[in-house]
Structure formats: C-alpha cells, structure tokens
Design a protein around this ligand. Structure first.
Ligand SMILES: [Zn+2]
Ligand SMILES: [Zn+2]
Length: 434
C-alpha cells in the first residue's frame, strides 16, 4: 500500500513537505521553510531562527533529522524557492538530496549572498535530469521541467506499486516557458491515481492587470520607451524569467540595463546551464557594484572574483550623465544613493519606480513607498504571478485526469471542488492511503 502524507501544505502556502511511503521505503518531496502559521497568520520570526518539531517549524517526520536514526531514503526538491528547500540545514546528512542542476546552482548562489540565517548547506546531493527517469528504492521518478518564477523547477511523476502520483510543485502556464506546460498537457500521463496540485492563486487577488510574462515585457517596454528620466525597477534577482523580461524590454527600447552584482552573478552562473540566457557579448547590461555584494563575493570566492565583471562596471557619474537611458534594477539603498546624485543635477519627478514583484510586499515593507515619496517618483506596478491561474490549473487536471486530486500549497483548498472532480481534502500530517 502507498501512503501519502502532506506534512505541511494542505491548508497553507509555503513550507511544503510531502512524504510518500511504499512498504518501508519513504521519500520526501520538498522540505521548505514555512511562510505562514498553520492558520495562515503571520509567522513569528524568532521561531524561524530556532526551528524545532515542538515549535512547529520542523515537520514531525520520523527519521529525517540530524539527531534521529535516518530512515528516509531521499529528499527531492522541486525548485530553489526557500519555501521548498529552506529546512535542508536540519536534514540528517546521510540522506541524499535530489535536485535539478538549476536549483543546485541557485542554492549555491544563496550560500554566497544570503544573510547567515538563510545560507543552506548540504553535501550529499544528486543532480537529476528532466525527462530522464531515476529510481530511489521502489520509486521510479520522472521530472518534468515546469514554467515557474523559480528557475529550472520540476513537477514529479512518481510510480510505485503500479500506481502513479503526480506532484505539480509550483508552476504556471503564462511565463517564459509556457511551452513546457503545453507539451505536458498535449502528451500527458493519463488517469494518474493521485494528483497533488498547487493552488496558490485560487481565492486570492493575484492579478495586477498583466496576464502573462509577455504582457509584463510589453508593459515594461512601453514605460522604458517613453521614459524622460531613469526607470528604477524592483524585482527579485532570482526570478530569472522576470530579469529576462526586463532586459528584453530594455533592449527593445534601446536602454541600458544596470544590474546589481548579485543579480548579474546569478545570470553568469546560470549561463553555464542555459547558454542562450542573458548576458551576451556587447549587450546593453552593466553592473553596479554594491559594497555588501562585493564583500560577500570576496569572502566566499576570493578577491579575484570581483575583477571578472569589471568591463561591465558602471558608476554613479555615468548613470547621472546618461540618466534618461538608464533602467536600474538595484536594491533600494543604492537607489537612494543614486537619487541623491541625480537630484543635484535636476529633480526626479519624471523618473519612474516600477514594482515588479508580488504587490503584497508593498504592504509588508514601506521602504518602497518611502523612497518614492522622498523623491516624488511615480510608483507603477507591473507584475504577473509566478503561479498558475485557474485556466492553467484546469488544463493540467483535464490532461492528467486524476482519480484523486489533493490540494497543496494553497489557502483555498476548499475551492478546488468548485472547479474539479475527485477532490479529497486531508489535513497536515494525516496519512492518506492510496
Ligand atoms: Zn512555493
Ligand atoms: Zn516557488
């Protein structure tokens, strides 16, 4: 008999951890840091610094942790978002971690640049290839490359005891890799016994008026083309799709894109995996050296690492001199420094501040509005979700025709049955027999 236990994620977004058991063999899909309390409320930061089974941050999985006899066969990570891999520091080191090449590269970058509490280390890992099955004990596992705001994300098909379980991971169908979802639904595994599917966007207001990454690119291009002064843009450096959209818009509007050292380093590392990825020789990208980023690189990689990008380096003087050409994707602290220099030349009332992230962060963190207010800069939201909207959730379900559908990574699991058949609701930590 197969048992599926969602240790976290039946009623919350983030901190996913799913156990699949066949006989004495057990694998864990994702081992993420929670983003919210069990009731959806704000999480206590102090608890995150000292995770334990008692305080509810570590899921209660026997045989997973350093102080336990290891009885889990493997942990398989769907993608390099902290809510899917952020607890790996607590994993018993004899348990191997399986992940994609891109996920591994991004976690390694985090080890250089993230603050100490967010650095995740593990030595016992295996890289899997997409679309090439691999085996762990009685489980045959197949990774599908998925379209998501996390680079090189996977969904997994797990076969064991003649049954099939499909775990969607986090995905969407409106990003820069929408073709991979098209391919999956065109030629699907059918009648899977169990589909564990994310439902992040259900119930919430995840739309900001841009339906797809393509629309985001067009929206950005329109603003950059008409800009009379600098465009500041706030986006996640690890959201590679978005950085590519920003760059394409900058190229089409003949602007110079200035990236901070961290963001440029990510692109440089991922180019080893996807050679067609930005940057290219003699392109429009320049690098602004942020002191803390530079220090992180020196500490981890040595001083010479800083010289690698000096031909792309740009300073404040050049930004001021060519201000109407500039698209600046930098931390807010650098935006202040640059704005002070620009202000000496002329006011910034024609500049734009584009917020290209989940708009909820604007309420959680007032530093963006503060910055705009100080320099009288207009704030514009241009974003699309990293997660599938209902239309693409429906496409996946229609293709896989699951015999049971279990909601995961959602605050609106109860809404699944409004849209889908065969929905089963379970609670965190309660095994489901398949
Ligand atoms: Zn997630
Ligand atoms: Zn994600």
């Amino acid at each position: 008999m197969i048992q599926v236990t969602i240790h976290r994620g039946t009623h919350t977004i983030g901190g996913s951890c799913i156990e699949i058991r066949s006989g004495d063999s057990r694998i864990i899909l994702d081992f993420g840091m929670p983003l919210m309390e069990k009731d959806g409320g704000e999480i206590n930061e102090e608890k995150l610094l000292h995770p334990s089974i008692e305080n509810g941050i570590l899921p209660n999985v026997e045989g997973l942790y350093k102080d336990q006899q290891p009885t889990i066969d493997a942990v398989i990570i769907s993608h390099a978002h902290i809510d899917h891999y952020g607890l790996l520091n607590y994993l018993n080191p004899s348990i191997p971690v399986y992940l994609s090449r891109g996920s591994h590269a991004l976690i390694k970058v985090g080890r250089i640049f993230y603050p100490e509490k967010n650095k995740i280390s593990f030595d016992n890992y295996r890289i899997f290839e997409h679309w090439k099955p691999f085996e762990i004990g009685p489980f045959k596992i197949f990774s599908y490359l998925m379209d998501h705001s996390g680079y090189d994300a996977s969904a997994f098909l797990i076969e064991t005891e003649n049954k099939e379980i499909f775990y969607s991971g986090d995905f969407r169908g409106h990003g820069r890799k929408s073709k991979v979802l098209d391919r999956l639904v065109r030629n699907p595994v059918q009648d899977v016994d169990c589909l564990l599917m994310e439902g992040t966007t259900l119930g919430g207001d995840h739309s900001v008026g841009f339906d797809s990454e393509e629309d985001v690119e067009k929206g950005l291009c329109r603003i950059f083309s008409e800009q009379k002064d600098v465009s500041f843009i706030m986006a996640s450096g690890s959201n590679v799709d978005r950085i590519v959209s920003i760059n394409k818009a900058a190229v089409d509007s003949k602007k110079t894109l200035v990236l901070d050292l961290y963001t440029y380093y990510i692109l440089d590392q991922l180019k080893n995996i996807t050679s067609s990825l930005t940057p290219h020789r003699r392109d429009n990208i320049r690098v602004f050296y942020i002191k803390t980023h530079a220090q992180s690189m020196v500490d981890s990689l040595g001083k010479d690492s800083l010289y690698k990008y000096t031909d792309r380096k740009i300073g404040i003087d050049e930004i001021v001199n060519r201000r109407d050409q500039m698209v600046l994707k930098l931390p807010v602290s650098a935006m202040y420094r640059i704005s002070d220099a620009l202000l000496k030349d002329r006011p910034l009332d024609k500049a734009k501040f584009i917020f290209s992230m989940w708009p909820g962060y604007l309420d959680k963190n007032d530093s963006f509005h503060k910055f705009c207010n100080k320099y009288k800069i207009e704030l514009i939201k241009i974003h699309t979700s990293g997660h599938a909207y209902l239309k693409d959730l429906e496409r996946l379900v229609a293709a896989l025709k699951p015999k049971t559908l279990i909601p995961v990574h959602t605050l609106s699991g109860d809404d699944f049955s409004k849209h889908f058949e065969n929905v089963i609701r379970i609670d965190d930590g309660v095994p489901f027999d398949l």
